[in-house]
Design a protein around this ligand. Structure first.
Ligand SMILES: [Zn+2]
Length: 276
C-alpha cells in the first residue's frame, strides 16, 4: 500500500501553467496504464537554483571544461583539483531544494501500481523530495566511494559531505589505501553495474514512459525511449525545447519541468479517479 503523497506545494506565481490537451485515446491509455517509467535529466533540477554545471565567467572553474575534470585521467593527474571542483559542486547541491517538478513526481508515483524513476542526475533531489527506488544512471554526488571500487577491489563508501569536511583540499584515503572520489560516473566510465539492465527491463514493460528535462541524445539513455516506444508505451516528453525524441512522443509538453509536471500530474490523476 503506497503512503499518501505530500500535499502539492503552491505553484510559483511567475511560472505560467502550460495547457495540456489530452485526446480521448490518450486519456484512455493513461487511465489503464499500470506500469510507469519516468526518465529525468538536468532540466528537472534547473529550477532548484542549482549552480550550473559549468561555472560562470568569474568562477574559479571557468577555465576548465567539465570534460577536463570529470574523468578518471584528470583525477589521476590532478586529484586535488578534481576533489575541490566536486567540493564546489557538492556545496551547490547540498544548498539546493527540490522544486515543484520533483514534488509532482512524488505524487505521480502514487498513481501507478508499478513505477520506476530513472535519472541521469547526480544531485539526489528526487530522493530528497520523497521519491523512492530511484535508479541513478550516473551515480550520486552525495556519496564518495573508493577509487578501487572500479576494479571491484573495494566497495567502501561514505557521505560526500563528511568526506569533504574531513579533507576539503585533497581526497581522503580509504582504509585500503585508495583515494576516495565522488560516486559519480565520469566520462569514459561504464555505468554502475545492473542499472541500465534494470532501466531497460522496466522500459520494455512500461505502459507510460515520461521523459523530463533531457534531450537524451546520448546512448544508452536514448535507447530507453526507443525500447518503451517499441513496446507500445505512451511516450510523454516534457522539455522546453523540441528534441530528437520528440518524433517518438505521443504527447509533448513544451515547458520547464517545474511548471509542466504539476499540471501533467493533475491531468493524469483526472484520468485515473480510482487511483486518487
Ligand atoms: Zn578502498
Amino acid at each position: 500500500m503506497a503512503t499518501p503523497p505530500p500535499p502539492p506545494p503552491p505553484p510559483s506565481p511567475s511560472t505560467p501553467v502550460p495547457e495540456i490537451n489530452l485526446t480521448a485515446d490518450l486519456r484512455h491509455r493513461l487511465a489503464t496504464a499500470d506500469r510507469a517509467v519516468v526518465f529525468t535529466g538536468a532540466g528537472v533540477s534547473q529550477e532548484s537554483g542549482l549552480a550550473t554545471f559549468r561555472g560562470g565567467d568569474d568562477s574559479l572553474w571557468s577555465q576548465y571544461r567539465p570534460e577536463e575534470l570529470a574523468t578518471p585521467q584528470a583525477f589521476a593527474a590532478h586529484p586535488d583539483r578534481v576533489w575541490q571542483w566536486y567540493g564546489w559542486r557538492h556545496a551547490g547541491v547540498a544548498g539546493a531544494s527540490p522544486n515543484a517538478g520533483h514534488h509532482a513526481l512524488v505524487r505521480f508515483e502514487a498513481l501507478f501500481p508499478s513505477y520506476l524513476l530513472v535519472t541521469q542526475n547526480v544531485d539526489g533531489l528526487h530522493q530528497q523530495a520523497g521519491s523512492r527506488g530511484v535508479v541513478e544512471l550516473h551515480g550520486t554526488i552525495r556519496q564518495a566511494c573508493c577509487s578501487n571500487s572500479r576494479t571491484g577491489a573495494c566497495d567502501r563508501r561514505m557521505d560526500m559531505g563528511k568526506a569533504l569536511e574531513r579533507s576539503p583540499e585533497t581526497p581522503p584515503r580509504c582504509e585500503c589505501g585508495g583515494r576516495l572520489r565522488p560516486a559519480v560516473v565520469w566520462f569514459g566510465e561504464p555505468l554502475p553495474q545492473g542499472v541500465m539492465e534494470r532501466a531497460a527491463a522496466a522500459a520494455g514493460r512500461a505502459d507510460l514512459f515520461l521523459v523530463v528535462g533531457t534531450s537524451a541524445t546520448v546512448y544508452p539513455a536514448a535507447g530507453l525511449i526507443e525500447i518503451a516506444h517499441r513496446a507500445g508505451a505512451v511516450v510523454v516528453e516534457v522539455n522546453p525545447e523540441p528534441s530528437a525524441l520528440s518524433r517518438l512522443a505521443d504527447l509533448r509538453v513544451q515547458a520547464p519541468a517545474a511548471a509542466a509536471l504539476p499540471a501533467l500530474e493533475r491531468e493524469v490523476r483526472r484520468c485515473r479517479p480510482t487511483a486518487t
